[in-house]
Design a protein around this ligand. Structure first.
Ligand code: ADP
Ligand code: MG
Length: 600
């Protein structure tokens, strides 16, 4: 088809153009054009009016199916385009956004024979699918089935207890309908206990799947990644694309995916639908992993963060507010702020040399697949939906807290000198300086306390930047010792769906973004930092207590006896811990090419 008969400017780039009826039919006729970015629908009959024109952006579409009327007397064929446009809703004084399923069904009825109409409908369906999947087509392309890769097969792992426990409902009401419209085959498995997903992925046949998608919070993906790394064939296994559909209370990776996909910051069902839309596109991006070694010598692989102090305390202590969903962190933040703790420790890191910083171009690959569609078992689900989303609540609570605490300065904390530290004098004079480039090993350092189980041993590449924890760090590392409010090593842009903590971070920049906040910060300043983090403007506050370095490796030696350490939001044994970057070790289902620069 050509664009000649079309009266619109946009049709200059039309890939397909046709005139169809609609379903259900009310006698109207439509001129329909498909461009590489949009579907244009213009009503022709009874009256062509400008306001009768609909534009469906490709970014909102998930797929297209052909249909036939059950009565054989109907020679018409039909095709339905499935889209999920964002709609603004007024709720009282404020407005909220939500994605609403929209189906445009067209009746192809120009030919007298069903077979001819069906061929046209199929051509449209194939063209839409090509565009959704990123298969390049032009108006000169012959649209044939062989253009399309075989439908993808995804292993979906759902934690029924993730977040507020609604993950199964969201599968039923949001996720499965959408991915079915995108022709994705799936097998859905509910996890029955902690580490179930980890054990499950150790035994799967990798060739059966095009990806493993977890439907929960970040914790379940941590299990899956480590399960893959425990396999004998870890080198191959860790290349299995992994994805996440946010149904937990900690949805940091989903926040990063949402941002990378070009969407506005979102929470709740909007975030879930954005991420499901992205999953319907078959774009994969390499993702960095960080190997983390704890004091028992156990190693695990982390895709998100290592945290100590304020952040890990909030994460673990807010577990009791799980029923609040993601608002549990706001609650936890308020409680922890009210009785702010400082932690003494020694932090060493291998900085990224300026000359090594390069603009990271996100290398993305499109899943190449061919062959035939095999049938997959689908686990039936019988649940219904309830509400989601508490993003405003966090803001209100924090803002209230900020107002309360604005005049409430923290007393400056006395740092207690570490008895056996050669730097005790410096430390006792409350220094928070770079202590030395190469400290001797410290025998007073903690050796693993707390009730978290030691990490299991995983395989994986050697940590060529690290020396054993009982040896001093290499000469080219930097060490700081003092009293900290928090230490956070983050390798994604988001620490939570609405915490844009490392705006410059991308999935494969090869960087650990090391943050620490020194003791002495006022509560008001700390709360301002967290509020600004929502928009990613916290660096603009020029807070002298906040430090941020891009590093390749780090070691933390807590000198305060009690505390919590988390890896990807999961508690690990407390004591010395060290980690190093392994760039692009895994693959992430991102659904979007968006190489953002790693300037900071
Ligand atoms: P959330 O963000 O809500 O905490 P996560 O995905 O992080 O959600 O999961 C929380 C924890 O639940 C993880 O440690 C995970 O291993 C564990 N888990 C997974 N499946 C189950 C299950 N069926 N029962 C109990 N715990 C589970
Ligand atoms: Mg990164």
């Amino acid at each position: 088809m050509t664009s000649e008969s079309c009266g619109y400017q946009e049709c200059a780039e039309a890939l397909l153009h046709g005139e169809f009826g609609a379903y259900p039919s009310k006698g109207a006729r439509y001129a329909v054009s498909l461009t590489s970015t949009e579907l244009h629908i213009q009503r022709l009959v009874p009256k062509p009016e400008d306001d009768q024109r609909t534009v469906v952006p490709l970014t909102d579409m998930v797929g297209c199916h052909t249909l036939r009327n059950r009565t054989s007397a109907d020679a018409a064929a039909y095709f339905s385009v499935y889209a999920y446009p964002l709609k603004k809703k007024k709720v009282g004084m404020s407005s909220s956004r939500t994605r609403q399923r929209t189906v445009h069904t067209f009746r192809v009825d120009r030919a007298a024979e069903y077979a001819q109409n069906k061929a046209v409908a199929e051509k449209w369906a194939m063209a839409v699918k090509c565009l959704v999947l990123g298969v390049p087509i032009t108006s000169a392309t012959e649209i044939v089935p062989s253009l399309l890769p075989r439908p993808r097969r995804l292993l979906l792992l759902v934690n029924p207890f993730g977040g507020r426990g609604h993950a199964l409902q969201y599968c039923h009401t949001h996720i499965l309908p959408m991915i079915t419209e995108a022709d994705i085959s799936y097998n859905l498995i509910q996890t029955e206990r902690q580490n179930h997903a980890r054990e499950l992925v150790q035994g799967i046949n990798l060739t059966e799947w095009d990806g493993i998608v977890i439907i929960s919070g970040d914790g379940l993906l941590y299990e899956v990644i480590n399960g893959l790394m425990e396999r004998l064939d870890w080198e191959q296994a860790i290349k299995m694309p992994v994805g996440i559909l946010p149904c937990g209370s900690g949805n940091a990776l989903a926040g990063a995916l949402n941002f990378n996909g070009g969407f506005e910051q979102a929470m709740g069902s909007e975030l879930l639908l954005n991420c499901t839309l992205l999953l319907c596109r078959s774009i994969i991006t390499p993702m960095d992993l960080v190997s983390v070694t704890t004091c028992s010598g156990a190693r695990s692989f982390s895709f998100l963060s290592v945290a100590w102090g304020f952040v890990s305390d909030v994460d673990i202590e807010s577990e009791k507010y799980r029923h609040m969903g993601s608002a549990r962190f706001t609650m936890g933040t308020m409680v922890r702020l009210a009785s702010l703790r400082t932690y003494r420790g020694r932090l060493s890191y291998l900085p990224v040399v300026e000359s090594h910083l390069h603009r990271s171009i996100s290398r993305s690959i499109t899943l190449a697949a061919n062959g035939s569609l095999s049938s997959f078992q689908r686990t039936p689900l019988h649940r219904t939906i309830s509400d989601m989303g508490l993003c405003e609540e966090r803001n209100i609570l924090l803002k209230r807290g900020s107002a309360l605490l604005d005049t409430n300065e923290l007393p400056s904390f006395e740092a207690s000198p570490s008895p056996s530290s050669p730097n005790a004098l410096q430390a006792s004079s409350f220094s928070f300086d770079t202590v030395s480039d190469n400290l001797p090993p410290q025998n007073h350092v903690l050796h693993g306390t707390g009730d978290a189980p030691p990490l299991r041993h995983v395989r994986g590449p050697p940590d060529d930047l690290l020396v054993p924890l009982n040896q001093s760090v290499p000469k080219n590392w930097v060490t700081v010792e003092g009293d900290f409010i928090l230490m956070l090593a983050l390798y994604q842009s988001h620490l939570g769906a609405d915490l844009f903590t490392a705006p410059s971070a991308c999935f494969n920049d090869g960087l650990i973004h090391l943050f620490f906040v020194k003791a002495g910060i006022t509560r008001a300043a700390l709360i301002r930092l967290f509020l600004a983090m929502e928009k990613g403007t916290h660096f603009q506050l020029d807070c002298p207590h906040l430090h941020h370095f891009p590093v390749r490796a780090f070691r933390l030696e807590p000198l305060t006896r009690k505390g919590t350490l988390t890896v990807d939001g999961e508690r690990v044994e407390y004591g010395p811990i060290q980690a190093q970057m392994h760039g692009s070790l895994s693959n992430l289902l991102t659904g979007a090419h968006r190489g953002r620069s790693s300037a900071f």
